[in-house]
Design a protein. Structure first.
Ligand SMILES: *Cc1c(COP(=O)(O)O)cnc(C)c1O
Length: 228
């Protein structure tokens, strides 16, 4: 990809989003050289969905020590330990089982001072039926909240969603708004010590709707790295 194009893409995006919304640059399959250009433009939040790819890039970019790494992919149980050690944020916690494993390894990593801060996590929800996606249905999530609340080594910060393909603009906006309502309900019930204020939603195709509905973090790949 061409550096001028990247700068132009980023400028255009930043002109359309409020500064209060955290822009996570999704850099899966993007070279570290291109990631350095993104960093030079002042982006410090990088999102990856494959653990090993991310760890390799982290090693190559270790001099850029103020990057915040976000894990956004489906996590297998056997990778929970590495995920906790390598990512400040995990957006894609999608089951009670994986949450409990992350909590277990977070306790270990905190004790051994491998990490100094609790992992910040979002709970991935599936507001509409979608065979291809992981996450809690709203009903399952309400069932599991009391147990999630018991996890003391994760900082549970909010909800994350990936919408199914093919929704109309109205459906997109209304679904994002329903996520905002759900997040506020959970917060109002007093779960997670009042820290439950994040909404990780919005990708290249739908981020403006997500922001309109109250997204606090958007995860953008193609609109940043698009060459045309
Ligand atoms: C790839 C990916 C993104 C970015 O998608 P784009 O359409 O390229 O903006 C966001 N979130 C998740 C979970 C992803 O896997």
């Amino acid at each position: 990809m061409n550096q001028n194009q990247l700068v132009k893409n980023l400028d255009e995006i930043r002109n359309t989003i409020p500064t209060s919304v955290r822009l996570v640059a999704v850099t899966k399959k993007v070279d570290v050289e291109v990631m350095k250009w993104v960093y030079e433009q002042g982006i410090k939040d990088f999102g990856e969905n494959k653990l090993q790819e991310a760890i390799n890039k982290q090693a190559q970019l270790q001099d850029l020590n103020d990057i915040t790494w976000h894990f956004i992919g489906h996590l297998q149980s056997n990778k929970a330990k590495k995920a906790v050690e390598s990512f400040a944020w995990i957006h894609s916690v999608d089951s009670l089982k994986i949450a409990q494993r992350l909590d277990f390894y977070a306790q270990q990593a905190l004790n051994e001072k491998v990490i100094i801060k609790k992992p910040q996590v979002c709970l991935q929800v599936k507001p509409l039926p979608d065979d291809n996606k992981y996450g809690w249905t709203t009903e399952q999530l309400w069932n599991d909240l009391p147990l999630l609340q018991e996890l003391h080594y994760l900082s549970v910060r909010g909800l994350m969603v990936i919408l199914p393909l093919g929704l109309s603009q109205e459906e997109t906006l209304s679904t994002f708004k329903s996520l905002k309502v759900l997040q506020e309900k959970i917060k109002d019930k007093g779960y997670f010590s009042d820290n439950f204020n994040q909404l990780s939603m919005g990708m290249s195709e739908d981020y403006l709707y997500a922001i309109e509905a109250g997204a606090t973090m958007i995860r953008l790949g193609r609109v940043i790295f698009n060459d045309s």
